[in-house]
Design a protein around this ligand. Sequence first.
Ligand code: GLN
Length: 403
Amino acid sequence: MPLSHTPAPNTPTFPSRLPAVGTTVFTVMSNLAEKHGAINLGQGFPDFACDRNLLAEVNQAMLDGHNQYPPMAGIPRLRQAISQKIHALYGAQYNPDTEITVTAGATQAIFTTILSCVSPGDEVIVIEPAFDCYLPAISLAGGKTVSVSLTVVRDAAGRVCEYAIPWGELANVITPKTRLLVVNSPHNPTGMIWQQADLKRLAELVADTSVLICSDEVYEHMVFDGQSHHSISSYPDLAARSFVVSSFGKTLHVTGWKIGYVAAPAALTAEFRKVHQFNVFSVNAPMQYGIAQYLKNPDPYLALPQFYQAKRDYFRAGLANTEFSLLPAPGSYFQCVDYSGLSIPEASLSEPDFCRWLTTSIGVAAIPISAFYGSGTDSKVIRFCFAKQESTLAAALTRLQTL
Ligand code: GLN
């Protein structure tokens, strides 16, 4: 029998810090998928194993006795490896001692970034649809979220076919109160990627302001069709005001390890670490030693674009036999589809209802894009994660092709 706990009558009540927040959509959809035995293409995580060499390195680190508190900012060896990786890929120089911090995943990195620089009353610009951890963090810091939406481009049939950066609106919402702008490329959930011209335009936009930037680049190695990831770190004017966040969970197929990092100029890093040390203090030691050793060979992460592009292409080819209308998927491990053209009554459901129906009746879990809008904007677009074994994608496609 499950244990239940009846609140004692004298348990004090208090005003919620996040009254509008429930359980994250990723947990809700994963739980629903599990309950109904659905194939989980909702929450973004690989269903395949990471490299056994990485496991061997982490095991060895534990056996070697790296099991006590590591340095607060991360072990020097890992910070050096991160700094070298950023330099090799993006040409930027971050001092490992003062400009790189290892975090307990990217969500903690983003949370700590926001807490470290947003004061009550400060405005933070977020471009929606946006990953769901940004808004609660801003709210807990006492900041005010200023949302602008990606422009939704529709085809002749009225289906969503593209998203575009709303430059005019972005320019309008920057005020002297703007403390931080959160950007994300490759983008979760749409998969769109920022081009060089976009970053140049961003640099112009913020040039005469004191706006800081939090750049969520966790899908940096998932950029397809021969395109490159353009990191904020490679633009010195932007890098000088930016916290650049990445995730080993994504890059090494170990989302459960909850380990990532932030690269930021020394003055920003100093403020970041003030919060970080009292938030997590330090991040688990053996993973840091293991990853530092494993990163000596860049081949695994350099192979990720081809690895994930093959999955994307396979999944898209399968979806081409359905009435879903596919959005471009140039980056990340997500494929968005517009379901409004399906010739079934469920095509008129809201995104959350459609996803629940898809999970419980068709046996494939997906994520509603409305969950990435503070106001729940519903465009009849849902997100599938294709970071799965081909057999998982094949089984999901068999079910989706019945629609
Ligand atoms: N980043 C993953 C996604 O978008 C999930 C992260 C999480 O569950 N917190 O699906």
